[in-house]
Design a protein around this ligand. Structure first.
Ligand code: GLN
Length: 547
C-alpha cells in the first residue's frame, strides 16, 4: 500500500504547486523510493483536450492517450515516470462517471449526493495503482476555498481517515507577501489559508511558503505556532532562475526530510543527488548560445508550448549551449518576407497547431529553412506544412493543402496532400472516426510505433530504427504523394509499422530538416534530452559556427 502526500495550495493561484510536487517526487526517488504523481483538477471540463491553449496552456498527452494538464509534463520531466490516464482527473470526469453510473442504475435507487457518491468516485481514482509504488503524490488543482474544489478536499480528508494512521500526509503551499513600505513579510494570508483548510478537517503536516525574501526564523516560528505545524516543517520556497534547480533547492531547505519526518520514516535513506547536480552543471556551464525561432500561432502564452520550450532547453543541455528561443507569429509571413525576420536565427521550429490561421506563414517559414539550409524541426502541423511546402514548390502540386482547412472553410480549395484519417490500427484493434464526431477525443492520441529507414538522418539521430512516440492529431500526410515527393528530395524516412501512415519526413541534401507527425517534446527530460531536440540544437550550434 502506497503512502500518500496530498498537495494543496492557498492564498493565490500559480504558486508553483505542480513544480513543488514534481520536485518532491524527484527527491523521494533520489532516496530510493518509487513514486507516482497525480493531478486532481476541480474544473468541470471532462478533460483539458478542448480547452484553449491560450487559456489553459499546453495539452499534455500520455502514452495511453489521455489529454491532460501541463502539470503532468512537469511530473514526467522531473521523475521520468510515464503518466497514465488515471493520473489526471477533473470534476467534469468525476461527475460524468457518477451520472453514467446513475443512468445504468448502479446506485440501486439511492439519492445521488456529493457525499458519498462524488467523494467515493474521487477516492476510487486516488486509490488506483496503490500497490505499485512507495509514494503517491496527489496534487489538488486550484486553491483552498474554491467552490469546485470542495468535494476533492472532502474526499482526501475521508481517504486519509480510512487509511491506517501515518499513511497520508498533507502538504500546503502558500505565499508570504512582502510589504515594501514596512519591509516586512506578512504571514496573515498563510494563517487564514491554513484556517480555511482546518475548517474542512485538513491539518497540513508540511507548509511550503513561497517568498521573494528570506524568511527570518522569527517569522517561521510564528507561522509554525499559528498554523499548528512543526517549525522545521515550515519550508521556504524562494524564486529560482531555472525550474530544474527545484529539486536541489527544496532539498537544501529540507522539504524531503520534513515529508519523511511527517511519515515517521527514520532513519531516512541517504539521498543521491548526482542526477540533479549534473543537470544543474549542464545548465549553468553552457558555452555559447544558439537562437531558435519558433514560428507558431499561440505565441502570446508561453505555456501553450511548454514542453517544446523545455525540450529545447534539454537539447541545449545535451550540447552545453544555451538555447534562446523566440516566438514569432506565423501570420506575419503572410504579408511579409520571412528573410528579414528569420535570418538572425540558427534554427527554425514550427510546432503543432490546429486550424488554418497562420498556416500559410508556417509554409513560408518551412520554405525559407529548406532553401537557405537552416536547421528545421517541424512538429505535427509543422511536419504537415513542410510536406505541403515541398508539394507546392518542388513537386508541382501547386494548390496542395490540408483537408483541415477545407473542413473549416467548407468547399474544396486545396488538393488534400494532408487528409482526414478515418480509420487506423491501434495495437490489435481498428479505430474509426468521422469528421462530425465530437471535438473531444476524436484524434489519433497517445503512443504509436514507427519504423525508421536504415541510413536516414533520423535513424542516425535516434541511434535506432524502432521508436515509439506520442501523437495528437486528426490529419495525416497522404502516402500517395510519397513517390513524387521522394523524387524531389523529401524522403519519407519514418512510417507506421503497417507502412500506411507517414511518421517522419526529411529533406535530402540539407544540413538538418526533419518533420515528425508526433510530439517528441513530450518525452524529453533534463536528464535524458530527446534525441531529436539534442540533434536539432547540435545542428543549430553547427550553423552558428560555434564548433
Ligand atoms: N491540426 C493538425 C491535425 O489535426 C495537427 C495537429 C497538431 O499539430 N497537434 O492533424
Amino acid at each position: 500500500m502506497a503512502r500518500y502526500v496530498f498537495i494543496t495550495g492557498g492564498v493565490v493561484s500559480s504558486l508553483g504547486k505542480g513544480l513543488a510536487s514534481a520536485a518532491l517526487g524527484a527527491l523521494l526517488q533520489a532516496r530510493g523510493f518509487s513514486v507516482r504523481l497525480r493531478k486532481l483538477d476541480p474544473y468541470l471540463n471532462v478533460d483539458p483536450g478542448t480547452m484553449s491553449p491560450f487559456e489553459h496552456g499546453e495539452v499534455f498527452v500520455t502514452d495511453d492517450g489521455a489529454e491532460t494538464d501541463l502539470d503532468l509534463g512537469h511530473y514526467e520531466r522531473f521523475t521520468g515516470v510515464a503518466c497514465r490516464k488515471t493520473d489526471s482527473v477533473s470534476s467534469g470526469r468525476i461527475y460524468s462517471n457518477v451520472l453514467e453510473k446513475e443512468r445504468r442504475g448502479e446506485y440501486l435507487g439511492k439519492t445521488i449526493q456529493v457525499i458519498p457518491h462524488v467523494t467515493n468516485e474521487i477516492k476510487d481514482w486516488i486509490a488506483v495503482g496503490d500497490d505499485e509504488v512507495d509514494f503517491m503524490l496527489c496534487e489538488i488543482g486550484g486553491t483552498v476555498g474554491d467552490i469546485e474544489g470542495l468535494p476533492f478536499f472532502e474526499a482526501i480528508r475521508q481517504f486519509a481517515q480510512e487509511r491506517p494512521r501515518g499513511q497520508c500526509i498533507f502538504m500546503h503551499l502558500t505565499l508570504l507577501p512582502y510589504l515594501a513600505a514596512s519591509g516586512e513579510l506578512k504571514t496573515k494570508p498563510t494563517q487564514h489559508s491554513v484556517k480555511e483548510l482546518r475548517s474542512i478537517g485538513l491539518q497540513p503536516d508540511v507548509l511550503v511558503c513561497r517568498s521573494e525574501h528570506p524568511i527570518p526564523d522569527k517569522e517561521r516560528a510564528k507561522i509554525a505556532l499559528f498554523c499548528n505545524v512543526r517549525p522545521d516543517s515550515v519550508i521556504p520556497a524562494y524564486d529560482l532562475k531555472s525550474i530544474y534547480e527545484a529539486p536541489l533547492a527544496y532539498h537544501r531547505v529540507g522539504l524531503d526530510q520534513a515529508v519523511l519526518d511527517a511519515f515517521g520514516i527514520s532513519p531516512a535513506p541517504k539521498p543521491d543527488m548526482a542526477r540533479w547536480e549534473d543537470v544543474m552543471d549542464r545548465l549553468t556551464h553552457a558555452e555559447g548560445e544558439v537562437r531558435v525561432a519558433i514560428v507558431g500561432k499561440y505565441v502570446q502564452l508561453e505555456d501553450a508550448y511548454k514542453s517544446i520550450a523545455e525540450a529545447l532547453t534539454h537539447g541545449g543541455m545535451a550540447n552545453r549551449v544555451k538555447v534562446k528561443a523566440e516566438w514569432i507569429d506565423a501570420e506575419i509571413f503572410e504579408h511579409e518576407d520571412p528573410g528579414p525576420h528569420l535570418e538572425r536565427f540558427n534554427a527554425i521550429l514550427v510546432p503543432g497547431g490546429f486550424g488554418e490561421r497562420g498556416t500559410e506563414g508556417k509554409i513560408r517559414a518551412a520554405q525559407y529553412a529548406r532553401e537557405k539550409g537552416i536547421p528545421y524541426l517541424g512538429i505535427c502541423l509543422g511536419m504537415q506544412m513542410a510536406v505541403i511546402e515541398a508539394a507546392r514548390n518542388l513537386a508541382g502540386v501547386t494548390n496542395a493543402g490540408s483537408e483541415e482547412f477545407d473542413h473549416e472553410a467548407g468547399g474544396k480549395r486545396f488538393t488534400p496532400v494532408v487528409y482526414h484519417l478515418k480509420e487506423w490500427v491501434q495495437g490489435n484493434h481498428r479505430v474509426e472516426r468521422k469528421v462530425t464526431d465530437d471535438k473531444g477525443g476524436t484524434m489519433r492520441l497517445g503512443a504509436y510505433s514507427a519504423v525508421l529507414r536504415e541510413g536516414s538522418k533520423v535513424a542516425e539521430v535516434y541511434g535506432a530504427t524502432d521508436i515509439e512516440e506520442r501523437h495528437r492529431h486528426r490529419y495525416e500526410v497522404d502516402i500517395k504523394y510519397r513517390e513524387k515527393l521522394e523524387t524531389c528530395g523529401l524522403e519519407f524516412t519514418g512510417m507506421s509499422p503497417d507502412g500506411r501512415l507517414p511518421e517522419i519526413v526529411e529533406v535530402k541534401d540539407h544540413p538538418w530538416f526533419i518533420g515528425v507527425q508526433f510530439h517528441p517534446e513530450l518525452k524529453s527530460k533534463p536528464f535524458a534530452p530527446h534525441p531529436l531536440f539534442a540533434g536539432f540544437v547540435k545542428a543549430a550550434k553547427e550553423q552558428s559556427r560555434l564548433v
